[in-house]
Design a protein around this ligand. Structure first.
Ligand code: PMP
Length: 353
C-alpha cells in the first residue's frame, strides 16, 4: 500500500548501465571502454596537482576545456557546451530543447537512455523501427515531431549513417532541434560537426569516454550554433553551476590537445576491430558492419544468452539484452588484441564444445 505522499513522487524506471565487476581480474568487453590509458599528460597532471586548488570552486564555464575543444574542432568557444559525460550533455539537451507537445523521435533499437530521459522529463516520444539490416529509414523522420535524436554510429548496432542522410533529415526538420549523438564517431565514421555552421537547429554531441579513454573522468560536449549553446547554458546554470570538477577540466584539456596519441590509440582499436570481424565471421557469427569500438554479433548454433553466460563463467564480460529483436545478439566491445584473442579462444570452446 503506497503512502499518500508517494502519489506525488516523480516515478521513473531508471537506465541500467552495463555491469562494473568488482573483480578487476576479468576481460571487460561490456561497456565500450577504451582498453588503453588516457593521454600521457593526464598522468603528469594528476602526479603534480596542487590539492590546495580544491579549496576553490571550479571554473563554472570550464573555459580551459571548452577552449581546447573549440580549437580542436575549429569552432567558436561559444559553440561548445561541456558536461559531466555525454549523458549529462544529452540530458541537459533534452531538458532544454524537447519541450513540445509533439513527440520526439528516435529509433526503436538505440541507446536505451533516450526513453528514460524522455520519461523523467515527461517528453512524449515515438520509436521508429530500424530496417531489417539495422539502418535508419530517413522517411521515418519527416513527419511532425518535437525533436529528433539518434546516435551515429548507432548503438548497440555499430551501424554508421552517411552525413548526406543526416543532412537530409536536418534539412527536412527546420522546426525542431535535431541531435546527433556521436559517442562512437572517432572509430572511422565521418562526423556531421561541420553541418552546425549551416543548420542552427543541429546539435552534435561527443564524449571523451570512448576514443579518449576517459570514461571515469566524465567528460562530454556538444557543438552547435551559438544560439543553441546559449539556451543550454541558461538551463544548466539554472540547475547547478559547478558540475565539472577542476581536475577533470585540466585533464580533459590536456587530452584533447594530444592529437597524435588520440590518433594512435584510435587506429589500434580500428585495426583490432577489423581483425575481430574476421575472427567472428570464421566462428560463424553474423553482424552488421561496425564503425564503432564494438561489434553487435549473433552467434550460430547457440543462443546469445547461452554464450553470454558461458563467457561470464570464464570472466569475460560482454553485453546482452533480453529484448525483442536484439535477444540473439551480443555487443562485444573492442579490447586489446590479447583480450580479443582470449575471447575468441573461449568462443571456440563454447560454440564447438
Ligand atoms: N551515447 C551513447 C550512444 C552511448 O553508448 C553512451 C555510453 N553509454 C553515451 C552516450 C554516454 O557516454 P558518456 O556519458 O560516458 O559520455
Amino acid at each position: 500500500m503506497n503512502n499518500k505522499w508517494e502519489s506525488s513522487v516523480r516515478k521513473v524506471v531508471p537506465y541500467v548501465p552495463g555491469e562494473q565487476p568488482k573483480n578487476t581480474d576479468v576481460i571487460k568487453l561490456n561497456t565500450n571502454e577504451n582498453p588503453y590509458p588516457p593521454a600521457p599528460e593526464v598522468r603528469e597532471i594528476l602526479d603534480s596537482f596542487d590539492v590546495s586548488r580544491m579549496r576553490l570552486y571550479p571554473t563554472p564555464d570550464a573555459s580551459e576545456l571548452t577552449n581546447a575543444i573549440a580549437e580542436r574542432y575549429g569552432v567558436d568557444p561559444a559553440q561548445v557546451f561541456v558536461g559531466v559525460g555525454s549523458d549529462d550533455v544529452i540530458s541537459m539537451a533534452f531538458l532544454t530543447f524537447f519541450n513540445s507537445d509533439k513527440p520526439i523521435l528516435f529509433p526503436d533499437i538505440t541507446y536505451s537512455f533516450y526513453p528514460v530521459w524522455a520519461d523523467v522529463y515527461r517528453i512524449p516520444y515515438v520509436e521508429k523501427p530500424l530496417r531489417a539490416d539495422f539502418t535508419i529509414d530517413p522517411a521515418d523522420y519527416k513527419c511532425e515531431n518535437g525533436g529528433i535524436i539518434f546516435p551515429n554510429p548507432n548503438a548497440p548496432t555499430g551501424v554508421f549513417e552517411s552525413v548526406e542522410m543526416i543532412e537530409d533529415i536536418v534539412k527536412s526538420n527546420p522546426d525542431s532541434v535535431v541531435m546527433i549523438d556521436e559517442a562512437y564517431i572517432d572509430f572511422g565514421g565521418q562526423s556531421c560537426l561541420p553541418l552546425v555552421e549551416k543548420y542552427e537547429n543541429l546539435l552534435v554531441i561527443q564524449t571523451f569516454s570512448k576514443s579518449r579513454s576517459m570514461a571515469g573522468m566524465r567528460i562530454g560536449f556538444a557543438v552547435g550554433s551559438k544560439k543553441l549553446i546559449q539556451y543550454m547554458n541558461d538551463v544548466k546554470f539554472s540547475i547547478n553551476s559547478y558540475t565539472m570538477n577542476t581536475v577533470t577540466q585540466i585533464c580533459g584539456a590536456a587530452a584533447v590537445r594530444d592529437e597524435s596519441y588520440f590518433r594512435e590509440t584510435v587506429q589500434k582499436i580500428i585495426d583490432t576491430r577489423e581483425y575481430s570481424k574476421k575472427r567472428l565471421a570464421e566462428l560463424g557469427f553474423t553482424f552488421p558492419d561496425s564503425m564503432s569500438n564494438f561489434i553487435f554479433a549473433s552467434p550460430k548454433g547457440k543462443s546469445a544468452e547461452h554464450v553470454f553466460t558461458e563467457l561470464k563463467k570464464r570472466s569475460i564480460f560482454v553485453r546482452w539484452w533480453n529484448k525483442p529483436i536484439i535477444r540473439d545478439y551480443l555487443r562485444i566491445s573492442i579490447g586489446t588484441r590479447e583480450e580479443m584473442d582470449a575471447l575468441f579462444s573461449a568462443l571456440e570452446e563454447i560454440l564447438n564444445g
